[in-house]
Design a protein around this ligand. Structure first.
Ligand SMILES: Nc1ncnc2c1ncn2[C@@H]1O[C@H](COP(=O)(O)OP(=O)(O)OP(=O)(O)O)[C@@H](O)[C@H]1O
Length: 353
């Protein structure tokens, strides 16, 4: 009769492909049971959005089936998202495991669309997700998340006043748009930023979150710097288009995070090519091609994915139903879902290595 230790021994060489470490050593294999010709165990992944889930399960099954007399291998898959490393001089936010900034060197490249769809895709995969819309210039996440006109409610808690976030599609949201007067000039909003952001991090009832996505204001000016310094983040995702001007801005954004000691999780190239709705097998490179890949290579960061320009993505944003929910089979929704998986995988790597 086989014992659980023998099972763990054959599983020991199986590695997590991202972390490149043994699943057994990472304590990702638990509750091993042997019952005659059947072995069962729990595989605890580092994110519910793991893009390599099937691949890892197959590797485990293959390894265990090498044992004589074993016919069935039942793998129960769950996930526990690791806590980001603590950062010097930054106060972590209790209950929030990972903070991910979504940033762009310039406006209008689709940063908010990426942030909103990323948040919803992670929630769809089973993660606990919050979205902090910190874009003082154009806080448009509420509209894109179907929460236009929503407000944070203020409650008196044990620690004083606390804000309750709005909620839709599995995502908790607070937005600069809930607090700032849209008629107030942007120049006056900048200096308020540090105070508001601290309130948004430490005084909101976020509860337990695997990921808090922060939709940053575009650019690398004072406001962005203040924000990037105030938020204790796991890493940043930089959104760009294939155009050379946008890429030069993306490089600046990337340098800013690096100088602040924050990890850059990777680059997302948006509006990579246009798919005409009536000719879905054609694609047009409206803004050139290969720019995101080239910049990623030059700066030695991963290219997390390329999102096509699709009318349905804009319509989904305008209607308040993100494309990953409105049309999950569309090319842009699939790209965004894959990007969410890669971001989650990179966050695990940063937390655990
Ligand atoms: N891949 C895409 N396909 C079609 N439309 C897109 C795509 N990406 C973004 N858009 C549209 O472009 C507009 C600008 O996008 P978005 O607001 O996400 O950009 P942003 O970089 O956050 O802009 P801002 O600088 O104003 O915050 C929106 O109307 C959005 O729906």
């Amino acid at each position: 009769m086989l014992d659980t230790q023998t099972v763990l021994n054959v599983l020991r060489p199986v590695q997590d492909p991202e972390l490149q470490k043994s699943l057994v050593e990472l304590n990702m294999i638990r509750n091993v049971r042997v019952d005659g010709s059947k072995v069962s165990f729990t595989l605890v992944l580092t994110t519910p959005a793991c893009p390599l889930r099937e691949f890892i399960v197959e590797d485990c099954q293959k390894a265990v089936k090498q044992l004589p007399g074993i016919e069935t291998v039942d793998v129960d898959v769950t996930a526990e998202t690791p806590q980001q490393k603590s950062l010097p001089d930054r106060q972590s936010v209790p209950g929030i495991r990972n903070i991910i900034a979504v940033s762009s060197g310039k406006g209008g490249v689709g940063k908010s669309s990426v942030a909103v769809n990323l948040a919803v895709a992670l929630a769809q995969a089973g993660s606990r997700v919050g979205l902090l819309d910190a874009d003082i210039y154009g806080p448009n996440a509420p509209g894109m998340l179907g929460l236009d006109g929503a407000k944070v409610t203020v409650r008196n808690g044990a620690q004083g006043e606390v804000l309750e976030p709005a909620f839709n599609y599995g995502v908790k949201l607070v937005s600069m748009g809930f607090l700032i007067d849209p008629d107030q000039p942007v120049i006056w909003r900048g200096p308020m930023l540090n105070g508001i952001i601290r309130q948004f991090l430490y005084q909101v009832e976020w509860g337990e979150l695997d990921y808090l996505i922060v939709d940053m204001p575009p650019g690398t000016g004072d406001a962005q710097l203040t924000l990037a310094q105030a938020v204790p983040m796991s890493g940043a995702v930089i959104v760009t288009t294939p155009q050379s001007v946008a890429l030069a801005d993306a490089r600046r954004g990337l340098m800013m995070f690096r100088q602040l000691g924050a990890q850059v999780l990777g680059i997302v190239e948006n509006m990579s090519y246009f798919i005409p709705p009536d000719q879905p097998d054609r694609q047009y490179d409206l803004f050139g091609s290969g720019g995101g890949e080239k910049t990623a290579r030059e700066l030695d960061v991963p290219l997390l994915g390329c999102i096509p320009l699709e009318i349905a993505l804009r319509e989904g944003g305008d209607r308040g139903t993100p494309i990953v929910l409105a049309d999950p089979d569309s090319a842009s929704a699939q790209a965004l879902t894959e990007i969410a998986g890669r971001v989650a995988a990179r966050v695990s790597v940063v937390a655990l290595t």
